[in-house]
Structures are given as C-alpha cells and as structure tokens.
Design a binder for this molecule. Structure first.
Ligand SMILES: C[S@@+](CC[C@H](N)C(=O)[O-])C[C@H]1O[C@@H](n2cnc3c(N)ncnc32)[C@H](O)[C@@H]1O
Length: 210
C-alpha cells in the first residue's frame, strides 16, 4: 500500500499511516476522520481468513491462518450465541435470516452473525467519524438456494439505525470483473459455466453524518 501510494501521481504532502487490525475490536484513537471508504465482506461468498492464508503465513502474522477466522466478518466461525443475539437483528436482517432457517439452519446462523457484525461496523463508523463526514461502502447482494441475501439493503438500514443523517445507494455494473459471474446451487462462486449466471452489479452505499 505504501509503495502504491508513493507511485500515485497526485502531488500531496499528506502523511500516510497504515494500521492493520480487526476493525471491530481495535481501539486505536484517531483525531478526526472525515471519510471512511471500505469494501466489507459479503456474506456467503468467501471465508476470507482462508483466502488470505498464503499472505498471512508468508508475512508472519500467524502460525495457523485459521486463527484469523475468529475476528473475520462473515466467517462461519465466530463465538456469537446466536439464540441470545438474534433479537438485535434489524428488519432486513431478520427477514432474510428467517427465510433461510427453513432451508439451512447453519447457513442462517452464519448470515445472522454477519448481519450483527455489520450492524456493529455501522455503529463504529458513525462513532469514529467527525461531524460533516461520510462513510462509503462497496457491497454486493448474494443469493443462497433461491433466497436473496440483501446485504446492501441491510447495510442501508444499519447506517440509519447507527445515526447517519442521510443514506443513499447507487447501483453500478461491474465491468472488467476478475471474479466469475457463476454461482453453484448454494450461491457460492463457481467456475462451472453451466451454473447460474448472476448479473454483475454492486452497490455504493453512502452514509452522511452532519
Ligand atoms: C471484499 S474484501 C475487500 C478487499 C480489499 N478491498 C482489497 O482489495 O484487498 C473484504 C475484506 O475485509 C476483511 N475483513 C474481514 N473481517 C474484518 C475485520 N473484522 N476487520 C478488518 N477487515 C476485515 C477481509 O479479510 C477482506 O480482505
């Protein structure tokens, strides 16, 4: 990231600091944050800790990459007691999770955990931002056994609940997409061209704090 920043053509004297960590548990204090730009995980797509296993082992972050699953948003491995926490799901989260329970209980739990984490992300973003600031999220919807997993709608609701004054959402087609547009019956990415094709689009969700 530092190397990429040095190579970029914009002439700026801004000082760049890079901090790594779990967004939800890190308690680093920042003086003022005017903007957050992020691409959070989409539920049911990837186990990110597994996806990053080569770089996390290579860069010596952990001896066993599976340890990173613990704090990973959207991971199927978290220590939520979902029975106690489900009441905290927002309206969209609740609707999706209850549709999923009939299809697959463990998948419903994974989606519930993801939604609860993202609700915490929305609250934390709001709390660390200064006044007159913005948070921008790139997020896509997914699908599991015919059920639409409305990540963008869930996040929009979570941002309003967190206190953002205005939330807008725009859809954009994904061109030059490296990822496969195909999904298997479980909604996971597939390279099988006979699998279902998903229209390549994603959403930009913008939250404004006055
Ligand atoms: C959709 S990807 C975005 C990747 C990024 N835009 C990039 O180009 O490398 C979501 C990322 O969120 C990371 N992530 C998951 N849980 C996190 C957490 N609790 N704190 C910080 N990052 C997390 C995942 O490891 C993954 O790299």
């Amino acid at each position: 990231m530092l190397k990429a920043y040095k190579e970029q053509p914009i002439n700026s004297k801004a000082k760049v600091n890079i901090h790594t960590g779990n967004f939800l548990s890190a308690n680093k204090k920042f003086n003022s944050i005017d903007m957050i730009i992020t691409s959070p995980p989409y539920v049911t797509s990837y186990e990110y800790a597994d996806l990053h296993q080569l770089s996390s082992l290579w860069l010596d972050y952990v001896d066993d990459y599976r340890e990173l699953r613990k704090g990973s948003i959207g991971s199927s491995q978290t220590d939520y007691r979902i029975e106690n926490e489900a009441k905290n799901l927002n309206k969209t989260g609740n609707k999706v999770v209850f549709q999923l329970i009939n299809k697959n209980q463990s998948q419903a739990k994974a989606v519930a955990r993801y939604y609860l984490d993202m609700q915490k992300v929305a609250k934390k973003c709001f709390s660390i931002l200064s006044n007159k600031s913005a948070a921008v999220f790139v997020i896509g919807n997914t699908e599991y056994k015919g059920i639409r997993i409305e990540n963008a709608q869930h996040l929009t609701e979570a941002l309003y609940d967190a206190g953002f004054d205005e939330v807008s959402i725009s859809k954009r087609a994904i061109t030059n997409k490296i990822l496969t547009p195909y999904r298997d019956n479980n909604g996971r990415f597939s390279s099988d061209k006979s699998a279902r094709k998903i229209y390549s689009e994603e959403f930009i969700v913008l939250g404004i704090k006055q």
